[in-house]
Write a protein that binds this ligand. Structure first.
Ligand code: ADP
Ligand code: MG
Length: 338
């Protein structure tokens, strides 16, 4: 008899979860991205014990139809893409259809969701098994509550760092998601304390003020540098307002926060010799391009992407910053509207 057999679905989901659900902040990222894709205008994130006890994401998006609730939690199920053409033209943050199944496989999860703002469905899962499904009432949108993350994967739980570190990672990901979506109001509450709040009034500089504070935001310059294929705009700090590492450079590509060493370098390059050695600027760079010019499907968390013409995009960024900094009588732009 052969030795090879198919893995039980719970186990394959846990393995998939190992790729994307590394820590509480990964759950926050995946669920908030789903809320953004669901066209929410308000997203409320409530966490306890740095997300290890519970993470709740409440959105006012389109909701999940009652008939779809169970399938949404199966692996490889999505409403976002259907064909290979779609895969190379992704306009949403999600498309892999993995997150809900993965999260549910390593936690106790409850979803309450309504499409019409009247009737709602409430479903409870534990380690992927559906425990209960009942009717409920709520306003339009979805609330997903994740409790006891990694309760059934002790090795993963051990790998989680201090509560302080895990909370910082959550704040960091909410900050970046919020900067990518100034049109959405985000609120993060930890143990009853407000940690992040953005107004959702579609103004990037006010969103930056909500995240880094008004003082920093009011010392930033706005710039724009676009051509037929790429629109680049954003804010960057004065050369004397710097940090000791490059993590304050946020790159947003079609509404998705990405990490990209070359493009972060392009920001630094734009300052020429105006930055002190070992100091890094604060910047938020918003890049818009045709989705067919970027391959998002290179990394499970999609924070690393493959870009056609990365060098050219970098040049647009550094040139835009360089030109702005060489303007005579330069006044920070954000001051006016804050
Ligand atoms: P993906 O986001 O890659 O499609 P997920 O597992 O994260 O995969 O979600 C599966 C599906 O569940 C989504 O395609 C979407 O249709 C639905 N869904 C998940 N979260 C929400 C939400 N907050 N609001 C509305 N629909 C949602
Ligand atoms: Mg998703």
């Amino acid at each position: 008899m052969g030795l090879i057999h198919e893995l039980p679905v719970e186990l394959s989901n846990q393995i998939a979860a190992g790729e994307v659900i590394e820590r509480p902040a990964s759950v926050v990222k995946e669920l908030v991205e789903n809320a953004i894709d669901a066209k929410a205008t308000q997203v409320l994130i409530t966490v306890h014990q740095s997300g290890l006890r519970s993470i709740e994401i409440n959105d006012n998006g389109v909701g999940i139809a009652a008939d779809d609730v169970e399938i949404a939690f199966q692996p490889h199920t999505t409403s976002k893409i259907s064909t290979d053409h779609d895969l190379f033209n992704v306009k949403t943050l999600g498309f892999r259809g993995e997150a809900l199944a993965s999260i549910a496989s390593v936690s106790k999860l409850t979803v309450v969701t309504s499409v019409d703002g009247k009737s709602a469905v409430k479903a409870e899962f534990s380690g992927n098994s559906l425990l209960k499904k009942e009717t409920h009432a709520r306003s339009k949108g979805t609330t997903i509550t994740v409790e006891d993350l990694f309760f059934n994967t002790p090795a993963r739980l051990k790998y989680v760092k201090s509560l302080h570190t895990e909370l910082n990672k959550i704040v960091d990901i909410v900050d970046r998601l919020a900067m990518g979506h100034p049109e959405i109001s985000f609120r993060l509450i930890h143990e009853g304390k407000d940690l992040v709040w953005t107004s959702g009034n579609d103004n990037l500089q006010q969103t930056i003020a909500g995240i880094y504070g008004r003082t920093i935001a009011s010392h930033m310059y706005a710039f724009e540098n676009s051509d037929a294929d790429y629109q680049i705009k954003g804010f960057f700090s004065k050369p004397d307002t710097t940090r000791s590492n490059r993590s304050y450079i946020s790159l947003i590509l079609n509404g998705r926060y990405i990490r990209n060493y070359q493009l972060a370098n392009a920001v630094i390059r734009g300052y020429g010799s105006k930055l002190m050695i070992g100091r890094f600027p604060i910047a938020v760079i918003d890049i818009t391009l045709d989705p067919s010019l970027v391959d998002i499907n290179v990394h499970p968390t999609k924070q690393e992407v493959r870009l056609t013409n990365e060098g050219h995009i970098g040049d647009l960024i550094s040139e835009g910053i360089r030109q702005k900094l060489s303007t005579k009588n330069l006044i920070p732009d954000a001051v006016k509207n804050l």
